[in-house]
Design a protein around this ligand. Structure first.
Ligand code: HEC
Length: 137
């Protein structure tokens, strides 16, 4: 082998090695991890359900669940999509805020507010299994 061949071989070994270690890293979780992650997720869904059914989010004593029981008519699977209320392509969270400000007459939540994430987790969990249809009306 020439010096050039040795260098190429070394580079190839390094490449395979790093690909293998990436592969291993991607698989590095146990059943215990999975159970813990699922519990964490379901505890956020539970928080979301509490907020969804709470009349305290807005100022009118009205809860999301009164018009959207079990997240009915929220269609998370269709977002992002054009929303005529906002006049542009919007996210599900922006529509949550639209309802917070309009029927509920409350203040909008920051898009990364933990309460917003919890309500998104709840609404999408209620619609689990529905095929994604972004943009659909
Ligand atoms: C007084 C009834 C009422 C309440 C309470 C209400 N909404 Fe709505 N919601 C509506 C109406 C009306 C629309 C518009 C429907 C449309 O665009 O077809 C809507 C639309 C939505 C949409 C978009 C639906 C879609 O098909 O794309 C989402 C998401 C949503 N609401 C979430 C919420 C959340 C979250 C809350 C609580 C913060 C809430 N709504 C409270 C009446 C309500």
């Amino acid at each position: 082998m020439t010096r050039k061949h040795i260098l190429i071989a070394a580079a190839a070994i390094a490449l395979v090695g790093s690909a293998a270690s990436l592969w291993i890293r991607a698989d590095e979780f146990t059943k215990k991890d999975l159970a813990r992650w699922q519990n964490e997720f379901m505890s956020v869904v539970k928080k979301g359900r509490e907020l969804w059914t709470s009349p305290k989010l807005g100022t009118k004593g009205v809860a999301c669940a009164q018009c959207h029981p079990n997240a009915a008519n929220t269609h998370p699977e269709t977002y992002p999509k054009f929303q005529k209320q906002l006049g542009r392509v919007a996210t599900l969270r922006e529509m949550f805020n639209w309802c917070l400000m309009n029927p509920l007459e409350g203040k909008p939540l920051a898009l990364d507010d933990p309460r917003m994430i919890a309500m998104e987790a709840y609404a999408t969990y209620e619609r689990r299994g529905v095929p994604l249809a972004p943009g659909k009306h």
